[in-house]
Design a protein around this ligand. Structure first.
Ligand code: ADP
Ligand code: MG
Length: 370
């Protein structure tokens, strides 16, 4: 990865107006700098604006405001009405649905972007061959997409994307239609192609583990807003919001109320939870932790009892009541408690967030319907 910025977004905004929905700000003031050779993911629930952002970078979608630079060159500047068409942006693209042409054989599918560019025939032949080899499709030139498996079809799309040797690769949920095993293999293959060709990747997904596995950095968005941009590890360890906490890895949330300098589970103030209260805390808060970050003890910490014990293949999960709430805790198998048995829980340095925002929940649901 170099220090050079390869993809830059400044104040990029996109509004859609429809008859049924009115105006939706699908992308709200995005500012981003993606480095040359970086693998950068857009992560967020359906409807948060990932595809729209990618389409603006690709040049398929006009901007409502802002500007985009690719490889140091402005390609969209709304205020100046500057717009470079997709075929002149030096991009490779792979989308979710297997976007291969069923009536063309594999050679012609992959050769297509070169033919558009009027590349000489000899060069087309050698470059297609090379791309097919990199995607483990050699020897299949004459076959038609319907004769191949889903994974192979997505490889055709990949081969077609790398055949022009682009500087930036846009991948919009390219693995979503594949089974889990194949997804992992393809993920690895994409990284391998990146290592060989040195392109920058923007990878769109709603799957957090996929994003974590593939990215140098990622952007988590929600309802058209950037929530946080950081490395996978920092996002997991230091989420700046309840939303990001919940979206990355498993979360355990406990609603609490603060009274007389003490922290009580919401709805039951008989026993306080021993926690350091942060300075800006309001009278009602949510504390956030991970199921594997809560210590389960015999008789220290917040004293309660086991509601339920669930055997998972690699760990044991306990549901423990904290006031009126059930809290999920995961431990190694050797920590053994029976249902009904007394236990204590200790929560170490949790995150503190304002209580659930019902309006935001409703708006998120609304955006996912379209
Ligand atoms: P994601 O890819 O994160 O699932 P999208 O970028 O597809 O989200 O959509 C973001 C928001 O913009 C959604 O609320 C969606 O309904 C809206 N939207 C996207 N494309 C259009 C369009 N062509 N017309 C109207 N609304 C759209
Ligand atoms: Mg999408």
């Amino acid at each position: 990865m170099s220090d050079k910025n390869q993809v830059v977004l400044r104040h990029v905004t996109k509004r859609f107006t429809t008859r049924t929905m009115g105006t939706v700000t699908a992308v709200d003031d995005f500012n981003l700098e993606i480095k040359e050779g970086e693998c950068f993911s857009f992560l967020g629930p359906s409807g948060c604006g990932k595809t729209t952002t990618l389409r603006m970078i690709a040049g398929f979608e006009d901007l409502s405001e802002g500007e985009i630079e690719l490889c140091g060159r402005p390609v969209s500047i709304k205020a100046k009405n500057l717009y470079v068409p997709p075929e002149e942006r030096d991009l490779g693209m792979v989308f979710q649905a297997f976007a291969v042409w069923p009536h063309m054989n594999i050679f012609d599918n992959v050769a297509f972007p070169l033919k558009i560019r009027k590349t000489p025939k000899k060069e087309i032949e050698s470059r297609v061959k090379e791309a097919l080899r990199h995607c483990s499709l050699d020897g299949l030139e004459k076959l038609y997409p319907s004769e191949l498996s889903g994974g192979q079809q997505q490889r055709i799309a990949l081969a077609r994307a790398i055949v022009t040797n682009p500087k930036v690769m846009l991948l919009d949920e390219p693995l979503s239609n594949l089974d889990p095993k194949l997804r992992e293999t393809m993920r690895f293959e994409i990284k391998e192609l990146q290592r060989q060709f040195g392109f920058t990747i923007i990878f769109v997904t709603h799957d957090q583990s996929e994003a974590m596995a593939i990215s140098d950095r990622m952007m988590v968005c929600d309802m058209g807003k950037i929530m946080q941009i950081d490395t996978p590890e920092n996002l997991y360890r230091k989420p700046n919001s309840r939303f990001v906490h919940n979206f990355l890895g498993e979360s355990t949330f406990i609603n609490v109320v603060l009274k007389d300098g003490k922290v009580f589970p919401k709805g039951d103030e008989t026993q306080a939870i021993d926690l350091q209260i942060p300075e800006n805390a309001e009278s009602e808060m949510v504390i956030a932790t991970r199921p594997n970050a809560i210590r389960l003890t015999k008789d220290s910490g917040f004293i309660t009892h086991i509601e339920k014990r669930i055997f998972l293949t690699d760990k044991t999960e306990y549901l423990v009541s904290v006031g009126q709430q059930l809290v999920k805790i995961q431990t190694p198998h050797r920590v053994v408690f029976a249902p009904g048995e007394q236990c204590g829980i200790e929560i170490v340095s949790p995150g503190w967030y304002p209580p659930e925002d019902k309006e935001a929940e409703a708006e998120r649901a609304r955006r996912q319907r379209f």
